[in-house]
Design a binder for this molecule. Structure first.
Ligand code: PEP
Length: 248
């Protein structure tokens, strides 16, 4: 059995004090959660949110990590720096980072290996654009990301993949339950083939892309979908809690 994991991606929203208020409101709403609950917050919010989640089921995540252990990388944050603050998860290769900040499959792979080496759980984002889906290229794009982003990983039970069709992120346009299930099933099958013998069967794959309080039940009922990476709806405690409590 793969334990479902619901993670919020706050992106560049919430100051530290706003973030602390948000999780204080969230805490009582998710206290019965059966899934893993994660909030991936802006790096500067980490200390305040860490304090605010104390004693709850909410776990702390970051939104990016540098691949070097330390050194002359102005503005960057290393895996050990995150780890020391109690961060347990880190989003890697989000499509916004790929589109706006020069993230490539090579750097996604390097960041993933660095996160694993520090004992963080990477949440690695993959997915196709609208043109690629409409051009019938979805599997080809995923095959390429699968081949490049995960090289050198020995134990896939320690990572989470977020399948995020780019056309569904922040657009209000969600993949249908069947589309998401089918594509995630494809990713799992392909990963099992490419990384045979490396615990792929235990790896969780989330769906991400306009998941909300209304559509979460249908998506989470799909056998291949092990959770969600939630953007917009993670900024509202009641909406995020409704997703976390999808099984109620
Ligand atoms: C995301 O940013 O990972 C995401 C899924 O955003 P949204 O839920 O807003 O589409």
């Amino acid at each position: 059995m793969r334990k479902p994991i619901i993670a919020g991606n706050w992106k560049m929203n919430n100051t530290a004090s706003e973030g602390a208020e948000l999780v204080k409101a969230l805490k009582p709403l998710v206290k019965e959660a059966k899934c893993e609950v994660v909030v991936c917050v802006p790096a500067i919010d980490i200390p305040a949110v860490k304090k605010a989640i104390h004693g709850s089921k909410i776990r702390l995540g970051a939104q990016n990590v540098h691949f070097a252990e330390k050194g002359a990388y102005t503005g960057e944050i290393s895996a050990n720096m995150l780890k020391e603050y109690g961060v347990q998860y880190v989003i890697i290769g989000h499509s916004e980072r790929r589109a706006y900040f020069g993230e490539t499959d090579e750097t996604v792979n390097k960041r993933t290996l660095a996160a694993l080496a520090a004992g963080l759980t990477p949440i690695v984002c993959i997915g196709e654009s609208l043109e690629e889906r409409e051009g019938g290229l979805t599997e080809k794009v995923l095959d390429n990301q699968i081949a490049l982003d995960f090289q050198g990983i020995e134990d896939f039970s320690k990572i989470v993949i977020a399948y995020e069709p780019i056309w569904a992120i922040g657009t209000g346009r969600t993949a249908t339950d069947e589309q998401a299930n089918e594509t995630i099933g494809y990713i799992r099958k392909r990963m099992k083939k490419v990384y045979a013998g490396k615990n792929v069967g235990k790896m969780r794959i989330q769906y991400g892309g306009s998941m909300n309080a209304k559509n979460c039940k249908g998506l989470m009922a799909q056998p291949e979908i092990d959770g969600g990476l939630i953007g917009g709806a993670s900024l509202k405690p009641a909406d995020f809690a409704a997703i976390v409590n999808f099984d109620k």
